[in-house]
Design a protein around this ligand. Structure first.
Ligand code: F0G
Length: 465
């Protein structure tokens, strides 16, 4: 019998390191005050472990850095562009590839070419920039997750799935107002939960029946492919690449932030089969992003993404990545911290509504918990709750469907001891949860308020010592 280890190790060794800085609680309390209790407004140097996002925060491989050195910076027709286009086509099979500087630029260009005022764009769950770009067109961004997706403690293998019956009902009654359907893999705002191929195919069938194009928000396509391999019978043991290709085969196009499963620090793309739509999108691209063979990116960025897209599909990498998030989930469960079940691909989501039942939704329990984790442990997370989603286009406010704190893991950056430290911080704060106070907003912009709003703890102290 050969040795069968239980430990899943980081499948890399570290060639370059970046120090992180310890601070005292008093320093962090002062930093929080200065940032108006908004973790987006902190200086990164005051953060010990930064789980604000997995977007653009990953470590590149030696192969990616080598690729950057051969970046061809020609304005038009650079070799780097052809390598990028080839890498995207090999995985997606989509005819037209349009580079953009990040995912939201792809969204703006796509919706600019397809969405009009009064339209409705359904999605399993829109990410905040997707929602905002649709609303900026005067249209409605409609979330249609399966009901299981809205119950944090429930176990279900594919909580990211779309409610196909709800989609069918919408198209049967309002087809003329729906220019396209989106599916987000994995479903970031819904807890980083995957979508099954069966669900994608069922959505596809309904879209075909009504003649509506289907687009994938593909930021985390590789992680979604891994979950399909682990959880969807027919696909067990198939390569993540085969599964990713099967996912893209179901859609008419995709938007992508290469800052996630592109393993790059910047970049994205828009891709589709439709020739006429591609022409209109390229015209818009030239206006604000750049010529269609670079789209706002340097040649070296195109190289980093071309290499990164393949690395994201590596089995050892995906196994380690998904396991490290699940490991933190195991540690938190052991001490009774309520998490979104099962753990997601890029992030673990804490159910702040369950953890802080004494704080009502519009006193922002997830925001308060996120601030407390920074105060006690120097950990930066992000609220996905009523601060992020409560603000309505008409200026009113409504509680979000869930109050979550997201701990998003940069790719290939932190090791198991960092995760053990996180478990300790969370356990400590959990032990003091009764003392955490709710928050109020003292100033906010008209949209996407979480990025810049100022808040203060109700009663003046967030968490008394
Ligand atoms: N779609 C999804 C599902 C995303 O998660 C993001 C970004 C975008 C689109 C936009 O891409 O940032 O390159 O413009 N999510 C990051 C996050 C910011 O923290 O989850 P972008």
């Amino acid at each position: 019998m050969t040795f069968q280890p239980h430990t899943i190790i980081e499948p890399f060794r570290i060639k370059s390191v970046e120090p992180i800085r310890q601070t005292t609680r008093a320093e962090r309390a002062a930093a929080l005050e200065a940032a108006h209790y908004n973790l987006f407004l902190l200086r990164a140097r005051d953060v010990l472990i930064d789980l604000l996002t997995d977007s653009g925060t990953g470590a590149m491989s030696s192969a990616q850095w080598a690729g950057m050195m051969r970046g061809d910076e020609s304005y038009a027709g650079a070799d780097s562009w052809y390598r990028f286009e080839d890498a995207v086509r090999r995985i997606t099979g989509l005819t037209h590839v349009i580079p953009t500087h990040q995912g939201r630029a792809a969204e703006r260009i796509l919706f600019g070419a397809t969405v009009s005022a009064g339209d409705i764009v359904p999605n399993n769950t829109h990410f905040d920039t997707t929602r905002a770009n649709i609303e900026a067109r005067g249209a409605t961004a409609l979330d249609l997750p399966i009901p299981e997706g809205r119950q944090p403690s429930l176990q279900h293998p594919f909580k990211g799935n779309m409610d196909v019956a709800a989609l069918e009902h919408l198209l049967a009654t309002d087809r003329a107002r729906v220019p396209l359907v989106m599916m987000t893999v994995t479903n970031n705002s819904g807890g980083g939960q995957p979508v099954s191929l069966a669900n994608l195919r069922a959505v596809r069938a309904v879209c075909r029946q009504y003649g509506v194009p289907l687009f994938l928000d593909a930021c985390r396509f590789a992680e979604n492919a891994w979950f399909i391999r682990e959880r969807e019978g027919d696909w067990a043991g198939r390569s993540p690449r085969d599964i990713a290709q099967a996912m893209f085969a179901e859609v008419d196009g995709a938007t992508m932030s290469a800052k996630k499963d592109g393993m790059a620090n910047i970049g994205g793309f828009l891709a589709m089969h439709d020739d006429d739509l591609a022409r209109r999108c390229r015209d818009a691209l030239i206006l604000t992003e750049g010529f269609p063979t670079y789209g706002g990116l340097a040649g070296y960025d195109l190289e980093a993404i071309a290499v990164g897209l393949d690395e994201a599909l590596d089995e050892d990498y995906l196994r380690y990545r998904i396991r490290s998030v699940a490991y933190l989930g195991d540690r938190l469960r052991q001490v009774g911290i309520p998490i979104m079940e099962p753990p997601g691909g890029h992030a673990l989501y804490i159910d702040a509504a369950a953890l802080l039942p004494h704080i009502p939704a519009l006193e922002y329990p997830a925001w308060a918990l996120s601030a407390a984790l920074y105060l006690e442990g120097g950990v930066r997370s992000v609220e996905i709750g009523s601060v992020m989603f409560g603000q309505q286009p008409d200026g009113s406010e409504r509680a979000a469907s869930m109050e979550l704190v997201r701990l998003a893991f940069p790719r290939r950056v932190y090791t198991q001891s960092h995760v053990d430290y996180l478990a300790e911080v969370l356990t400590y704060v959990h032990g003091r949860r009764d003392r955490i106070r709710g928050m109020r907003i003292t100033s906010q912009p008209p949209a996407l308020r979480h990025f810049s709003a100022h808040l203060a703890p109700i009663g003046g102290t967030l968490l008394a010592l």
